[in-house]
Design a protein around this ligand. Structure first.
Ligand SMILES: Nc1ncnc2c1ncn2[C@@H]1O[C@H](COP(=O)(O)OP(=O)(O)OP(=O)(O)O)[C@@H](O)[C@H]1O
Ligand SMILES: [Mg+2]
Length: 463
């Protein structure tokens, strides 16, 4: 490791430990690293010093007489929430480590202290604090719980089209088919249609068509009369009745059996149905919104889904764009989810470094908005300060099979060659010796192509 001395004079570190030898060793080590060091032999004294000096970092032992490490942590956070606290835990004490992290410690180090680890942890804590002071808060105003749960976020033209359709369909009871990949917000759209329109004072009833066997699903939807099958000991209303004049949301509609497809078609055509085993016709008042993440049109062509039902469902269709087709909405979504997650977890992650945002914008979001939300949730859980740190943003690399075919680009062979050469050169940091071998051309040929295509390492990416 290099021994370049960092400029540490501006950083104040307070060390609290009742073990005098540790206190002394630690303090003199930190002083050698050029920090401004304060030390205290017990928690009470430590808290007093913290109040006066407002250190950048506190390193405190846990087991101490009078005020222990947890109390110190709590009081320090009251004095200034931005002071990072590193706890010294016993090697095998899982419980206090867990508790320390829960209560907002920045990190912990184990006894016996290892100098290298300690140095890394301290550096990281102080580096983070500096960064936090430089970055301004990314998320803005507060929003109430209803809004956080039910607002669709996005300003991309494709989303505006979605909002328009929500508006158009919510004032009538027309059947709607929502199509979109997994996690694009189909259920959210269904709820938006229901709750923003004439159905809002009636129930919204979601039914997942894959969750039940065929006969159970049938009785779930239509209800049944007593004795219609083993175990049906009394009459039971189905979801169509329970929904009254509200909405039935049929999720994953592609999965219903041919038999149920017929029955559903009949309900849609005749606006009435019977309970399983029953004879009375019951009027159908609910509106149907169906959703699918499969290409229903294709299933129709393959003979797996009835064409007549497809057209009955698709009176109005709404197409939700995959997240990777509206990357411009990522900052908005990040802000929205951070507010929501902070609230749920009582955290305060508000700052997003530019490179992290760039990383989020460049990811291929197979799981769409749900994946983004889960990624942020995980990152917030893991973070010990107010920054959305790169190391906590764990992105899942898509499997080759998950990458959807991209739109054909209408470019010439020469443009394609130019792009490919540039791509390889960038990948090997313009090491032309490596690049010509990968490309399978001679070095002089590579030079002449670079010349012809006017390639350079500094060119802006164009899309
Ligand atoms: N535009 C959006 N704005 C805010 N949150 C969104 C948006 N789209 C989706 N979400 C959130 O992402 C998560 C997934 O959305 P939803 O359940 O509606 O997706 P889906 O399309 O029904 O997915 P699946 O096909 O897997 O059932 C939810 O937590 C939802 O609140
Ligand atoms: Mg869904």
């Amino acid at each position: 490791m290099s021994e370049i001395k960092p400029k540490n004079e501006e950083n104040k570190i307070l060390v609290i430990d009742d073990d005098k030898s540790i206190l002394k060793t630690l303090s003199s080590y930190l002083k050698k690293l050029n920090y401004e060091v304060y030390s205290a032999e017990n928690g009470i004294e430590g808290i007093e010093i913290a109040k006066k000096e407002i250190p950048d970092l506190v390193i405190t032992d846990i087991k101490m007489p009078e005020a222990d490490g947890f109390e110190v942590l709590e009081r320090i956070k009251e004095i200034d929430n931005h002071i990072h606290v590193i706890m010294i835990t016993a090697f095998d004490d899982m419980h206090s480590t867990v508790k320390a992290m829960q209560q907002g410690a920045y990190d912990y180090i184990e006894k016996p202290l290892e100098i290298d680890k300690l140095k890394i942890t301290i550096n990281r804590a102080l580096e983070n604090k500096r960064m936090s002071e430089k970055l301004s808060s990314f998320i803005s105003d507060e929003a109430d719980k209803y809004q956080l749960e039910n607002t669709l976020i996005g300003k991309a033209p494709s989303m505006k089209e979605v909002y328009k359709k929500i508006g158009q369909t919510s004032s009538s009871r027309v059947t709607v088919l929502i199509e979109g990949e997994s996690g694009t917000g189909k259920e959210l759209v269904a709820r938006a249609i229901h709750y923003s329109g004439i159905t809002k004072d009636n129930p919204f009833i979601p039914v997942n068509c894959t969750a039940l066997t065929e006969s159970l699903l049938e009785s779930e939807l239509f209800g049944h009369v007593k004795g219609s099958f083993t175990g049906s000991i009394r009459d039971k209303k189905g979801k169509f009745e329970l929904a009254e004049k509200g909405t039935i949301f049929l999720d994953e509609i592609s999965e219903i059996s041919p038999n149920l497809q017929v029955q559903l078609l009949r309900v849609l055509q005749q606006k009435e149905f019977e309970r399983v085993g029953g004879e009375t016709l019951i009027p159908m008042k609910a509106r149907i919104i169906a959703a699918t993440n499969k290409d229903l049109h294709q299933l129709v062509q393959e003979g797996k889904f009835r064409e007549d039902l497809y057209f009955r469902l698709k009176v109005v269709s709404i197409n939700l764009p995959p997240l990777r087709k509206r990357l411009e909405d990522i900052p908005l979504l990040v802000s929205h989810f951070l507010i929501k997650i902070n609230k749920e977890l009582h955290k305060n992650v508000t700052k997003v470094p530019a490179d992290v945002m760039e990383m989020l914008k460049n990811h291929y979001w197979v799981g769409n908005v749900r994946e983004l939300e889960n990624t942020l949730l995980q990152a917030v859980v893991l973070s010990s300060d107010d920054i959305l740190n790169k190391e906590n943003v764990l992105l899942r690399k898509p499997e080759p099979g998950e990458i959807k075919e991209e739109v054909v680009k209408f470019i010439t062979l020469a443009e394609n060659e130019r792009n490919h050469i540039k791509c390889i050169l960038d990948a090997v940091q313009w090491d032309k010796n490596k690049a010509h071998k990968i490309l399978g051309i001679s070095l002089p040929t590579l030079y002449s192509k670079i010349e012809t295509y006017k390639l350079s390492p500094f060119e802006e990416k164009t899309e």
